[in-house]
Design a protein around this ligand. Structure first.
Ligand code: HEM
Ligand code: 2DC
Length: 469
């Protein structure tokens, strides 16, 4: 018979002490390492408590499968307290990110049709392709300016602008012009606000929202400033589209973007549309840009793999006569390389679900309403799950071994990442274009680690070189 819940291993009895030690050890930026260490210490399941939040942590694909297969139709994840506290403080509506129950489900089903469904998603390809082409043009201009045959830089900010330009093109059907020499200071402010919002979330992650609202600490004030900037900029973009639509400045023949479709469908109240579109605009900056940066870094360190990908892309291009939609159907290795990047460098350190019924994990009975976390970072680097985990081997995703509940970078099921298809297409198209035009290089000796800043990011700047082929 399965073992009782209270026999789970772990040092969960001292929640506040844990939180204190966490601060002391600089754990704030090392959540992923601390989790990996606890799996080493306690085995594949442990119980934990930080501040007021208790959780059960798992690492095997098998347990992840058990958890997700029992999640039901209204899955709930850990809802980030400072994000909730901000919306309550400013009286802002929740979007799908923070909604629960039926309210979440009805919004999410409407959004899925416009953001995830295969027919609609195909329409994003030309929009994302255009932004990618501008990045290539800009990179060539930078090579020209450098007076050398290449462009070496820390691409963080270039990629932030690329990512925001991309997500806004599909959301609003309009270009912001972030890949030109002159960058609108308001758009730049938005980018900085999203980074600051993530950065100020992590120190407040395990404090209860009620406490947060009474806190007048600098972190909270910065956090409020950041969300204010995010909401006001998104509001301007949304308002512009709304106005153009009413004045019929928009042609109705071509695809006009996600927001237009949502407004014209008229099935969601405008406030709910605005809340979720704002979340998508903010969610579309650091996520794809950091993943692309890691992907280029890994490809630079594995020139053999890079050549294989380039060969695949060039062959696909010849076969499809340059048609991107057709190309996207044949670039299996490139898609695997993105999965491999997210294995080593997941954006989310964990996936979480509240159980709704009893589940058995590692032969322990987990009661309903327990927060269970899948240690995504730890799983990606566990040699039991991925042999030679430290090596970047996209082919492992194409082989015969089972991939069951291993590729979880975007989460799972009805609550998985809403921006998944946008993110995947954006990254596939970007990498195709880079591989067609440039060789990616880096100084091989430099080791780059990972830092938890709510999302996982590089712990030092990554310098990459783009060299025209
Ligand atoms: C949720 C990852 C890009 C918007 C999530 C979740 C993960 C994730 C792991 C939680 C899923 C779960 O609990 O099962 C990523 C990664 C990205 C990315 C790895 C890029 C490499 C984006 C983009 C957008 C976006 C581009 C916006 C267009 C969202 C939203 C949610 C979400 C709104 C909450 C969905 C809900 O609760 O219904 N993402 N994301 N993400 N993501 Fe992403
Ligand atoms: C952070 O312990 C660590 O995709 C916590 O685009 C558990 C946790 C809960 C929710 C996760 C969060 C972590 C990391 C960032 C995620 C978030 C859900 C969505 C969000 C993974 C793992 C993200 C980055 C969204 C953000 C949209 C937002 C800017 C409006």
């Amino acid at each position: 018979t399965p073992r009782p819940f209270n026999q789970l291993p772990g040092d969960w009895k001292a929640g506040w002490f844990n939180l204190y030690r966490f601060w002391q050890e600089g754990g704030l930026h090392n959540l992923h390492h601390i989790m990996a260490r606890k799996f080493q210490q306690f085995g594949p399941i442990y119980r934990d408590k930080l501040g007021v939040y208790e959780s059960v942590n798992i690492i095997t694909p098998r347990d992840a499968a058990t958890l997700f297969q029992a999640e039901g139709t209204l899955p709930e994840r850990f809802s980030v307290p400072p994000w909730v506290a901000y919306r309550d403080y400013r009286n802002k509506p929740y979007g799908v990110l923070l909604k629960k129950g039926e309210a979440w489900r009805s919004d999410r089903l409407m959004l899925n049709k416009e953001v995830l469904s295969p027919q609609v998603v195909e329409g994003f390809v030309p929009l994302l392709n255009q932004v990618g082409e501008d990045f290539i043009r800009r990179a060539r201009a930078q090579v020209g300016k450098s007076g050398r045959e290449y462009w070496t830089a820390d691409f963080t900010h270039e990629l932030f602008r690329f990512a925001l330009e991309s997500v806004c093109h599909v959301l609003y059907g309009e270009r912001l012009g972030l890949l030109q020499d002159f960058v609108d200071p308001e758009a730049q402010r938005f980018i900085d606000a999203v980074t600051l919002m993530f950065h100020t979330t992590s120190p407040m992650l395990y404090l209860p929202p009620a406490l947060l609202r009474h806190l007048n600490a600098k972190t909270w004030r910065d956090h409020v400033w950041a969300w204010d900037a995010i909401f006001s900029q998104a509001d301007k973009c949304i308002h512009n589209v709304y106005r153009d639509l009413r004045l019929q400045h928009k042609s109705t023949t071509e695809y006009m973007g996600i927001l237009c479709s949502l407004i014209m469908q008229d099935k969601l109240p405008l406030d709910d549309i605005k809340a979720s579109v704002t979340e998508m605009m903010a969610g579309g900056v650091d996520t794809t840009s950091m993943t692309l940066q890691w992907a280029m870094f890994e490809l630079a360190r594995a020139p053999g793999v890079q050549e294989q990908l380039r060969a695949e892309v060039l062959a696909a291009k010849r076969e499809a006569a340059g048609d991107r939609v057709k190309m996207l159907k044949t670039i299996r290795l490139l898609k695997a390389a993105i999965k491999e990047t997210l294995r080593l460098h997941p954006v989310a350190v964990t996936l979480q679900r509240y159980t709704t019924q009893e589940v058995i994990l590692q032969d322990y009975r987990i009661p309903p309403k327990t927060l269970v976390q899948v240690g995504l970072y730890a799983m990606g680097r566990d040699p039991e799950v991925f042999p030679k985990p430290e090596q970047f081997i996209p082919q492992r995703w194409l082989g015969a071994d089972p991939k069951h509940f291993k590729g979880l970078g975007f989460g799972f099921g009805p609550r998985q990442c809403l921006g998944r298809r946008i993110a995947e297409l954006e990254m596939q198209i970007f990498l195709m274009q880079i591989l067609e035009n440039f060789k990616i290089e880096t100084m091989r000796a430099v080791e780059v680690g990972t830092k938890f800043d709510l999302i996982l990011i590089p712990d030092k700047p990554i310098y990459l070189t783009l060299r025209p082929l």
